[in-house]
Design a protein around this ligand. Structure first.
Ligand SMILES: NC(=O)C1=CN([C@@H]2O[C@H](COP(=O)(O)OP(=O)(O)OC[C@H]3O[C@@H](n4cnc5c(N)ncnc54)[C@H](OP(=O)(O)O)[C@@H]3O)[C@@H](O)[C@H]2O)C=CC1
Ligand SMILES: N[C@@H](CC=O)C(=O)O
Length: 326
């Protein structure tokens, strides 16, 4: 049996997934014991020039995708809608889904997971949080007994890239943001990055995964990095500190609390040396103690890496459907 794949969205992430299927196709087939085939790609704008061979059908009509005999849909579009409806329909048809869309998943992840369980399909969403750095499955599968008391994290690659450029190279905020956009780190609407929305969505996904619940969104303090000046960064540097954009999610008196804001930290903080586009998460647990995971937090190939690893996980011969996917 050949595994038939469709991709929704062919921007930075979708293109990266296509290129990785091509570059690592043989290795993926060996792992899965079967071939994979890209049977369709959904885009928004049919007039755009695409970097795809002619034999891969591109459509702007989702029904063209659903009418094919698809085994898994990889979703890399932008925003809540119609992504949520697309994935709901796929799941109801018994199609596995993998998503990179954290805005949609923060809001609708719980519903989609419930639907997936009901329809006995998997949802992969490692790419939604910290791109390819394997945070979600590490937390879910390797810490089954430890209680996670608190997480502190740098979750937006664009903001960390901008702050690092401003700190190390005295680059202006505007120039650093432009660089992040050119490198494919920033969202289509970069306000998502620099005003803290993106880190907020990722924090909510982490909260749901670790604590099984999210705080009331209205009570989460969210502040981005837009107002931070080069002067503030240099003053902090003179005191041996860096300004980092940090999300905190913790269990307080039986309730989850979260905040997302710029903070000044010194070199004793585990996130001090997480620079550039990297993300990092420091996890405080009751048995293991404190540990930090760090790695690339945005970009074409790091994000494709998470999607492809989810793909292999979903279809790996030894994975049984009754095992709960993250
Ligand atoms: N860039 C990154 O580093 C990361 C991004 N993500 C997430 O992955 C998703 C994709 O990001 P990215 O690739 O950077 O975004 P891009 O803006 O580069 O690409 C988005 C793609 O989605 C398509 N699209 C948008 N709306 C629709 C729609 N309604 N129907 C069909 N196609 C649609 C666009 O079509 P068209 O080409 O026709 O305009 C485009 O191909 C986002 O949700 C983002 O938050 C997650 C991790 C990292
Ligand atoms: N725009 C996001 C992309 C990855 O999630 C970021 O910069 O972190």
């Amino acid at each position: 049996m050949t595994i038939k794949i469709a991709i929704l969205g062919l921007g930075t992430v979708g293109q990266g997934v296509y290129e990785t299927l091509l570059s690592h196709g043989q290795y993926i087939s060996e792992k899965l014991g079967t071939d994979t085939e890209l049977v369709g790609v959904l885009v928004n704008d049919s007039s755009k020039q695409r970097n795809l061979p002619n034999n891969i059908p591109i459509t702007t009509n989702y029904h063209d995708i659903l009418s094919k005999d698809v085994d898994v849909i990889i979703e890399a579009t932008v925003g809540d809608h119609p992504a949520f409806e697309y994935l709901s329909q796929a799941i109801e048809k018994g199609i596995h889904v993998i998503t990179a869309n954290k805005a949609m998943f923060a809001r609708y992840g719980k519903k989609l997971k419930e639907k997936a369980t009901k329809n006995q399909v998997h949802i992969g969403y490692e790419a939604t949080t910290a791109s390819g750095t394997p945070i979600l499955r590490t937390l879910k599968q390797l810490l089954q007994v430890n209680q996670i008391e608190k997480m502190e994290a740098i979750l937006n690659g664009t903001s960390n890239y901008i702050l690092t450029e401003m700190t190390m190279n005295h680059t202006s905020f505007e120039d650093a943001l432009e660089q992040a956009q050119e490198k494919g780190y920033a969202e289509a609407n970069p306000s998502n990055d620099v005003d803290g929305h993106d880190a907020f969505y990722k924090s909510m996904i982490l909260s749901e995964l670790v604590y099984g619940q999210q705080p009331n969104w209205e009570y989460v303090y969210r502040e981005g990095i837009r107002e931070i000046s080069n002067d503030q960064i240099q003053h902090a540097a003179q005191r041996g500190q860096k300004i980092k954009h940090i999300a905190t999610v913790e269990m307080r008196n039986g309730e989850v609390a979260a905040s997302i804001q710029p903070m000044q930290i010194n070199d004793e903080h585990p996130l001090y040396s997480v620079d550039g586009v990297n993300n990092g998460i420091t996890v405080h647990t009751d048995i293991l103690g404190t540990f930090t995971l760090t790695g690339p937090g945005a970009g074409k190939l790091p994000t494709a890496s998470a999607v492809i690893e989810d793909l292999v996980y979903v279809f790996h011969k030894e994975v049984k459907l009754e095992k709960q996917f993250i």
